[in-house]
Design a protein. Structure first.
Length: 357
């Protein structure tokens, strides 16, 4: 089709208009407005919870009850990671610089994650969710997301791949350690990284200071047990919050082109639930709305949900939701099916049919 310079083909223009109309409605409802007081409340609550957890750590002594405190720290580090995620998406402040520094301090110094690594990986994911070759979240690793990748695993690796769904939650106990290792590799690597020295300093304080504090306060044996429990809870909580969002949803082939609205909605899954689920999953349970409007404050996503659902229904764009247990069952079954060699990972025909241009 021939088009004039600077113009879009009619089909593409219609798809752009689809998202533009939805964005206009959402903006008119005030859902993209910053909510600094709500975030201030979250930060105050987190600081208070960390103060209580630290007081317990310092006063309980060498007691095995400290393992319960370790689990509490795992939860608090994950909740801080959710706040860091919102800052990285520039949901908190109107200033991009303020958001970046808040996310960098929270991520590197408190949680032990590299802000630079997160921005690089997560930006690619948001640009092309579930697209083979473009989204690192569906690239081959410990877990495999396409039968072609699984078929290449032989021997023990092949045996593990065939059971990767069953092993999914046990493997998540190692995810916390994996995230810390990834942070260190990023800041010490050769790839370009803004504020590398700052990230190295912040991560050194967090990743060396925290274990040292535990060993000094609790002794080597209990200190290491505390650290293991905290890391396991952190890893499982993080993985269980992010996995339902896209795992088991259609994969987008390398050569497929989708308009923005279809690309974000068709590959995302919401987890049903009320305000408690919103808090527990940091707003990630409302993944469709988050992917359509990444800079929307997470506490506004629930108000956007009925608008997006109605709009998708009116324009025949499938909108997916599942209960929390149901979503985990879907993820586990998908992983096992891929590992066992199911040759139909692109099981949703609309993924390859909705093209623009």
């Amino acid at each position: 089709m021939t088009t004039t310079s600077g113009s879009l083909p009619p089909a593409a223009a219609r798809q752009v208009s689809l998202y533009t109309d939805l964005a206009r409605e959402v903006r008119a409802a005030g859902l993209l407005d910053r909510r600094p007081y709500a975030y201030a409340g979250r930060l105050v609550a987190l600081v208070a919870a960390f103060a209580v957890a630290t007081a317990l750590l310092l006063t309980l002594g060498e007691s095995w009850w400290q393992l319960g405190v370790a689990a509490l720290f795992g939860v608090l580090f994950t909740q801080t990671a959710f706040l860091c995620h919102d800052g990285a998406h520039r949901q908190v402040f109107s200033s991009g610089r303020a958001n970046d520094w808040a996310a960098r301090i929270l991520g590197d110094l408190v949680v032990g994650l590299s802000h630079g690594w997160w921005m690089r990986k997560h930006t690619r994911h948001h640009a092309n969710p579930n697209k083979i070759g473009s989204d690192d979240d569906v690239g081959p690793g410990v877990l495999l997301w396409t039968p072609e990748d699984a078929a290449r695993r032989q021997g023990v690796a092949g045996w593990l791949a065939a059971r990767q769904g069953t092993l999914f939650f046990p493997l998540l106990t190692l995810e916390g350690l994996n995230l810390h290792v990834g942070a260190v590799r990023t800041v010490l690597g050769r790839a370009p990284l803004a504020h590398r020295r700052t990230e190295i300093a912040l991560l050194a304080v967090r990743l060396l200071g925290w274990p040292t504090l535990l060993v000094v306060v609790l002794g080597p044996g209990l200190g290491l047990a505390f650290l293991a429990v905290e890391l396991a809870v952190f890893g499982v909580y993080m993985g269980a919050s992010f996995a339902p969002n896209h795992k088991g949803m259609p994969l987008v082939p390398r050569d497929s082109r989708l308009d923005f609205l279809s690309r974000q909605v068709l590959t995302s899954r919401n987890v049903r639930g009320g305000r408690l689920v919103d808090w527990a999953m940091g707003g990630l349970n409302l993944q469709v709305e988050h992917h359509l409007f990444p800079s929307m404050p997470s506490m506004s996503l629930r108000r956007a949900r009925p608008i997006v659902r109605r709009y998708c229904a009116e324009h025949d764009v499938p909108y997916t939701e599942a209960g929390i247990v149901e979503s985990y069952v879907i993820v586990v079954r998908h992983l096992n099916r891929v590992g066992l060699g199911d040759r139909d990972p692109f099981a949703c025909p609309f993924v390859v049919e909705r093209r623009t241009g």
